[in-house]
Design a protein around this ligand. Structure first.
Ligand code: LLP
Length: 470
């Protein structure tokens, strides 16, 4: 593209239609904040009894602040909702998807709260094993597992390896044979469902790297091969249709297709598949546009879908499992930033946009840049009675796409030194964090009952320089 004068056409300072003018710009919108977040008598936000000003002072900013009770409450809610919904059948287990956010403390909470753990790399497996997670409750995923990862998983005795391709069948069988072990496996099938927030496009999503295609026949072929493989025990089938899904429509199509395969396997191969994992993907509220269902409503809806399909196909409802990540970790955490430069940028005519810069950015939350995600934010260190105005919250990176919150109303007197928080950053923010521009990654702290505990310490310049040994 040739360079041209950008002018105001590239900018529009009007609030997007979904962003309502706030009745009270200091208010913590219901559903956006972890369950123990509230303003205290001094007007500052506290989380589990810990004032954000204290966090800024003791821990510094930016910092991920995780409300431990909120995280565990959600984990248990998913565990119980699915167990209850499938109770009349053969039950259901919930595996927390560690890719959303994983550290030793989270592993121990998940263990204590009776969930399984889904890992998708040797690194995630290492975190789980170091924290003493029972290997039989671990599921290993990944579309390109290395021989080393497979060997470590088998030696540790993981409960299941979710096989993702035809050649992986041989690979796992070979590694297991060399170790003199058996491998319990599931097969990840691609159902041709691409689930979006509100719609799904059937068959359109065959063209991606995950799983074994149902329509292309790879899935049936894979079942046949696993049943022949000397070291493999076929536990069941797996399907994951996507992420940030709000309704059960996508699960309905996926379940129908996988269960049809299960019926075919029984008819043609005389083999009964007695476990089905429908993955994760349950949506969360990042802003007022999103309306997630409760775990109870989701579980009851999916149980109805699965039992109806099984009834029609005259097969027994399998033992079920689910793998929520975002819906457990996301809402538990907010990122606390300090405001630096505030710049009022003229866009031509009457238009302008206020850019509020914070001390982090795309290195601690790349989701806005990567997925065009719409986050929210709030002035959390104090209240203000200044007029609300739409601002854009940006980071400190050398990149104009370094946007944390595209549009939000903040009080117009927001200034250097203020504390602001971005809610629902517990999933895929720390886990996707980078050192872009040699910015050290923030710490993750857990707050509970008025106390602060550092789960992951702040990265230092020495950490970064220590890698540079050339
Ligand atoms: N199970 C499997 C096999 C998955 O691939 C995933 C997510 C999950 C479970 C958990 O999905 P969740 O419940 O968290 O939606 N980085 C993206 C999301 C990538 C999801 C990858 N797989 C984001 O930030 O939106």
């Amino acid at each position: 593209m040739r360079a041209h004068e950008a002018g105001a056409l590239h900018g529009n300072d009007a609030a997007p239609t979904w962003l309502p003018y706030p009745r009270d710009v200091n208010h913590l919108i219901d559903g956006l904040w972890s369950r123990n977040s509230a303003r205290n008598a001094e007007g500052a936000v506290e989380i589990a009894g810990v004032d954000v000003r204290r966090i800024a002072e003791e821990v510094g900013t930016p910092a991920f602040v995780l409300d431990e009770d909120d995280f565990r409450h959600r984990a248990r809610a998913f565990r119980d909702a699915f167990a209850e919904a499938f109770g009349p059948h053969r039950g259901a287990d919930v595996y927390y998807a560690g890719k959303a956010f994983l550290c030793g403390a989270v592993v121990r909470w998940v263990e204590e709260d009776g969930l399984g753990l889904d890992v998708c790399t040797g690194g995630e497996l290492a975190v789980a094993l170091r924290a003493g997670f029972p290997a039989e409750r671990i599921a290993l995923h990944g579309n390109n597992k290395s021989e080393t990862e497979i060997r470590r998983a088998l030696e540790a005795g993981v409960g299941r390896i979710v096989i993702d391709s035809l050649d992986e069948i041989e690979l796992v069988d070979d590694v297991a044979a060399r170790l003199g072990l058996r491998a319990a496996v599931m097969l990840r099938v691609t159902t041709g469902v691409e689930a979006h927030t509100h719609e799904f496009i059937a068959t359109a999503h065959e063209d991606q790297k995950f799983g074994l295609s149902l329509t292309g026949g790879a899935a049936f072929d894979a079942v046949h091969r696993v049943l022949q493989a000397p070291q493999l025990d076929l536990l069941g089938m797996h399907s994951h249709i996507g992420s940030q899904i709000f309704d059960t429509g996508g699960f309905e199509v996926a379940a129908r297709r996988v269960l049809a395969l299960v019926a075919r396997i029984r008819a043609e191969l005389d083999h009964t598949i007695d476990q089905l994992d429908l993955g994760g993907g349950f949506g969360v509220m990042y802003n007022t546009q999103h309306t997630p269902a409760t775990p109870e409503v989701l579980a009851a809806g999916i149980a109805r879908i699965v039992s109806t399909q099984c009834h029609e196909l005259e097969i027994e409802v399998p033992h079920m499992s689910f793998e929520p990540g975002r819906a457990i970790a996301g809402p538990s955490t907010q990122t606390l930033y300090s405001v630096g430069t505030v710049k009022d940028v003229r866009l031509g005519g009457p238009h302008h946009r206020v850019y509020v810069s914070v001390d982090g950015g795309m290195s601690d939350n790349v989701r806005t840049a990567l997925y065009d995600a719409d986050y929210s934010c709030l002035l959390t260190g104090r209240v203000s009675d200044a007029q609300p105005e739409v601002v854009r919250v940006v980071g400190k990176h050398c990149e104009s796409g370094d946007i944390v919150v595209k549009d939000e109303y903040l009080p117009s007197d927001v200034e250097r030194g203020d504390l602001i928080s971005v809610p629902v950053t517990g999933a895929y923010c720390y886990s996707l964090a980078s050192n872009y521009n040699h910015v050290p990654r923030p710490p993750v702290i857990a707050v509970r009952d008025g106390g602060i505990r550092t789960l992951i310490r702040r990265e230092t310049e020495d950490d970064l320089l220590g890698l540079d040994i050339g």
